[in-house]
Design a protein around this ligand. Structure first.
Ligand code: SF4
Length: 175
């Protein structure tokens, strides 16, 4: 990989991080009330910082909650090289670009709460999920060909090795 200044524009920077970094892979988010969430854009939590410490636990317990563990497993499953390819890193986001997977993960975890009423309402809205899933399908039709033409063909080996290195180094293994 050519070394030089890296300019990140947030949504389109997953090449630099080899995919989504939420769920404690490289990052997580705690709100003002101590709710520990996978990402600032995933307003759902299982653990609260104050409650954990009041019960003799620590922040590491939150890193191994169902929600975080399943989120990291999803990252590893989706952004590790398979058949010589890394999947489209232009669509890395668990909650936006892969909403169906996100809903499946959240609904498989017991006791997940919304950060606020809007988040709770969204989680309970089939219409909201259907809209985002349609968005993902439409986006995929545009971005997959672009990824294949401009990234995968040119840099497949480079991207693959970087993604693998990052997955090996950064992903917290549950062993
Ligand atoms: S969930 Fe989306 S916004 Fe959050 S770290 Fe992952 S890719 Fe980025």
């Amino acid at each position: 990989m050519n070394k030089g200044p890296a300019v990140a524009d947030f949504w389109n920077s997953a090449e630099l991080t080899s995919g989504c970094i939420s769920c404690g892979k490289h990052y997580f988010y705690i709100d003002w009330d101590g709710n520990i969430m996978p990402c600032v854009f995933i307003p759902y939590y299982q653990d609260n910082l104050k409650d954990l410490y009041a019960n003799g636990k620590s922040i590491m317990d939150a890193m191994f909650s169902d929600l975080f563990t399943k989120g990291r497993a999803w990252q590893k499953d989706n952004f590790t090289k398979k058949d010589g390819k890394v999947r489209n890193l232009m669509m890395p986001c668990l909650v936006r670009d892969n909403h169906k997977d996100f809903v499946s993960i959240v609904k498989s975890c017991e006791g997940v709460k919304g950060e606020d009423q809007a988040a709770t309402d969204a989680l309970n809205s089939d219409e909201y999920h259907a809209d985002l899933e349609q968005f993902d399908e439409d986006l995929k039709k545009i971005e997959d060909p672009y990824w294949e033409e401009h990234y995968e063909m040119k840099d497949s080996e480079e991207n693959s090795s970087e993604a693998e290195k990052s997955a090996e180094k950064g992903t917290m293994e549950e062993e």
